[in-house]
Design a protein around this ligand. Structure first.
Ligand code: MRU
Length: 362
């Protein structure tokens, strides 16, 4: 068995949202069409990749970083070094909150500059770098699943929001990989899936992944979360992250903060599962994390139909900040980080910072 085989997901039920075709084109499973249609889109240019990331055809913090990395490699192969350099800059700012995107682009740029300076074959070096980022995500997801499953009490009911599965990382997932692993070990009773307004990543994607994996689950509207906690239906909350600041504040899908407050009120552990590429030691706290605000129509319309009077003003932040004080633990590939989170993060962030420095500045 090769090293790659050892890292590959063993479950054939796992979705593979990012593929490269023989001609080098990047293929993305269009997550906007799920669960009704498994439709693929082809990406040939940086503009197409930026548009796919912004439209959430590919989404989830690690997955958009990997899609960007493969796009940069593709552009280097097809259009040359200068175009790959400008693609990296354009892709880095396609969405602002998930730090994995900028991290992956900086890492690709650093490899590009190092190879260009040495007169090496930049295109093949960038293809290997993109593969390395994807393979590291497999290893991180496996480690997170293993460590996180231990936190699920036997017979546990796990509440989650958004989609943090294979679709969101290109590997096994983070919080959802914990649920899958707990199920494999026979210690999970069910997953309670929040629908995740307004784009329904929970209702459309997480249920789709859990059904494929044969994991028992029920779908709840977001506003049922408090009642689920009050009725004793939730033993632990597991969520993903788009960025974790130096002090342990966590940016994740809008609605996550609400769950952390609920969990604290009801004495339920609130866990965040994320790879080190989601840690941002350069950002001191949650107030410094840029929060993406998306189109009003995502809230004022449903499936293309207006649900609010014309000209209703809308506020549509895509993410929120959960203060570190509400987080019971963060599960990463280095294990379970317990409070005080700032201290625990400083301990593991050395390695995150080293790989970040290896990535240079975009
Ligand atoms: C492992 S994915 C972690 C996060 O990226 C996820 O929880 C999330 O908030 C995704 O938001 P999205 O807007 O769907 O990209």
């Amino acid at each position: 068995m090769s090293a790659d085989d050892a890292l590959a997901p063993t479950e054939t039920s796992l979705a593979r949202p990012i593929e490269r075709s023989q001609d080098g084109t990047l293929r993305l499973l269009d997550q906007r069409a799920l669960p009704h249609q498994e439709r693929w889109i082809e990406v040939r240019t940086a503009e197409e990749a930026v548009a796919a990331i912004r439209a959430l055809a590919v989404r989830g913090a690690p997955a958009i970083g990997i899609a960007a990395a493969y796009t940069i490699a593709l552009i280097a192969e097809r259009e040359g070094v200068e175009q790959a350099r400008s693609a990296a800059h354009a892709l880095a700012s396609a969405r602002p909150t998930a730090v994995n995107l900028g991290w992956a682009c900086r890492r690709m740029l650093a490899r590009l500059e190092a190879c260009a300076g040495d007169g090496q074959d930049v295109a093949s070096a960038l293809a290997s770098e993109a593969d390395a980022i994807a393979h590291e995500q497999h290893a991180a997801d496996r480690a997170i699943a293993t460590a996180g499953a231990e936190l699920v009490p036997p017979g546990g009911r796990l509440l989650t929001i958004c989609n943090t599965g294979a679709l969101a990382t290109g590997a096994e997932g983070t919080a959802l990989a914990v649920a899958l692993e707990a199920h494999r070990r026979g210690r999970l009773a069910e997953v309670l899936v929040l629908e995740t307004r307004p784009l329904l990543q929970g209702a459309r994607l997480t249920t789709w992944e859990l059904a494929r994996a044969g994991v028992p689950h029920r779908l709840l509207c977001d506003s049922a979360a408090a009642t689920a906690c009050a009725r004793g239906l939730v033993d632990c909350v597991f969520v993903g992250a788009d960025r974790i600041a130096r002090n342990g504040d966590v940016a994740n899908k809008i609605g996550t903060y609400m769950l952390a407050v609920l969990a604290r009120h009801h004495g339920i552990p609130f866990y965040v599962a994320a790879p080190l590429s989601t840690f941002d030691p350069a950002t001191p706290d949650g107030r410094s994390i840029p929060i993406e605000e998306r189109a009003p129509a995502e809230v004022s319309e449903f499936a293309g139909q207006a649900i609010a009077p014309a000209r209703t003003k809308v506020w549509n932040p895509a993410f929120d900040i959960t203060p570190a004080a509400l987080v019971s633990a963060i599960v990463c590939e280095r294990g379970v980080l317990r409070p005080p989170l700032a201290t625990a993060i400083a301990r593991v962030a050395g390695s995150a910072e080293r790989s970040r420095r290896a990535g240079g500045a975009a």
